[in-house]
Design a protein around this ligand. Structure first.
Ligand code: GLU
Length: 440
């Protein structure tokens, strides 16, 4: 039975980078008919906020990434203590007393000597008396997991065969001096306890994975399948982190990006499959394959989300957007015509506001000097409202016969006079919806 999890820390809003992780885990679970767990990694009580937990849930719901279960690490602290005790009993856990300043000094010395900055395990040589003295002086120490200094190997679902020399990695701190259990062990205990079979996360977690594989084994468990996706960068390859504030899902939502456009992009960006706009989750699930993702950093440009949103909207029947159109004040007998006319000319549903304002109030005409006489003459020939589907054709036909103008020279000045802009929907279809403000 496949079980995956999305494990955000509630210390901020979900951004596009987290979304990728959430989506991949969601799609794997759904494709296999398995379970998708939302795990709130809230062991850091000082940084975790309940409002972020609510925001994370709201964002996932907006996207349609529904979870089967919610788990909270803050409610599982006893299990982490039990696991820590087990490691202690098995001789895989030791207390260390170096201060951050001392550790930093050690690292600098190692780097100066051209050595990798790996914790030197000095604490392992301390006698009980020395530890007592340090405890009396400095309080409790941190607790480190004693890595087995062999190669740690796994076949990664994206990166392929990985082999990491444990001797090149510091023994990870699993419990802080203040007693707080850290993510590295909490996550392992949860993955084991919740039967997680597949873990997809960012490639910044590769070293964590190496140590976590050993911790799982030390606790008598079996490692899940791991896959590490590449990190997103900005369009020029710049680190995304600086701009993450602007890429929070709620900001994208606010700016009119549609969930299916965002999901369609994220299910494919960085993979060898092209991005295709999908209309429903089933199609996304069907077309998803984690092994098709590449290892190179993935360029992400939020600007691409708008044309994708436009393409998604174009495929929608009126029923799907009827409420939104009604809310604009479009009379119900005009809603279908309005949607049909405008949907090819919008990127987000917000753009409908301006089209409806144009239909309802008319536009300030835009008339070039050389077209002034022509437009004035044409306007005298425009029949009285209401207009129908044939009005535009009949009218422009008559104007053409009267003025001799044709093609762009005929149509463009009329479009600009009636809509105030050079681009927009088919005029024949738009005119029946349009309130005409005659050229002044
Ligand atoms: N809370 C961790 C994070 O947000 C989870 C990482 C994981 O998937 O194990 O980085």
């Amino acid at each position: 039975m496949t079980t995956t999890r999305f494990a955000p820390s509630p210390t901020g809003y979900i951004h596009v980078g987290n979304l990728r992780t959430a989506l991949m885990n969601y799609l794997i679970a759904r494709k296999a008919g398995g379970t998708f767990v939302l795990r709130i990694d809230d062991t850091d009580a000082s940084r975790s906020k309940e409002s972020y937990v609510d925001a994370i849930k709201a964002d996932l719901e907006w996207l349609g990434l529904h979870w089967d279960k919610v788990e909270r690490q803050s409610e599982r602290l006893d299990l982490y203590s039990d696991a820590a005790e087990k490691l202690r009993v098995n001789g895989r856990f030791y207390e260390a007393f170096e201060t951050p300043v001392e550790l930093d000094l050690k690292r600098k010395k190692q780097l100066n000597m051209g050595k990798p900055p790996v914790y030197d395990r000095a604490a392992l040589t301390l006698s009980e008396a020395e530890k007592d003295a340090l405890r009396a002086d400095r309080g409790t120490g941190v607790w480190r997991f004693k890595l087995d200094q062999q190669r740690i190997e796994w076949t990664d679902g994206i990166l392929g065969d990985i082999s990491i020399d444990a001797a090149s990695v510091s023994d990870p701190v699993l419990i802080r001096q203040d007693g707080q259990v850290l993510y590295t062990i909490a996550s392992v205990v949860d993955d084991m306890g919740m039967g997680v079979t597949d873990v997809v996360r960012g490639s910044d977690h590769v070293t964590n994975t190496a140590t976590q594989i050993q911790i799982i084994e030390a606790l008598g468990g079996t490692a899940p399948r791991f896959a590490h996706h590449s990190l997103l960068t900005g369009p020029q390859g710049e680190a995304l982190s600086k701009r993450l504030g602007t890429l929070a899902l709620r900001d994208l939502r606010e700016s009119g990006v549609e969930p299916m456009a965002l999901l369609s992009m994220m299910a494919r960006l960085g993979s060898s499959d092209p991005i295709e706009v999908r209309n429903d989750m089933a199609a996304l699930i069907e077309g998803f394959e984690v092994s098709r993702f590449g290892t190179a950093p993935t360029k992400f440009d939020a600007a691409d989300l708008y044309p994708l949103t436009g393409r998604y909207l174009q495929s929608l029947p009126l029923e799907t957007v009827a409420d939104r159109i009604e809310a604009l004040g479009v009379p119900s007998d005009k809603a279908d015509a309005f949607w049909t006319v405008t949907r090819d000319n919008i990127e987000t549903l917000k753009d409908l506001d301006a089209w409806w304002a144009l239909c309802r109030d008319g536009a300030d005409p835009v008339i070039e000097d050389e077209d002034r006489e022509f437009v004035a003459q044409a306007m005298t020939m425009l029949p009285e409202a209401p207009f129908d589907a044939d009005t535009w054709g009949a009218w422009t036909g008559a104007v053409k016969a009267a003025t001799g103008r044709k093609g762009r020279g005929l149509f463009m000045p009329l479009r600009k006079a009636l809509t105030g802009q050079a681009h927009g929907p088919d005029m024949g279809a738009l005119l029946p919806l349009l309130q005409v403000v005659k050229a002044r």
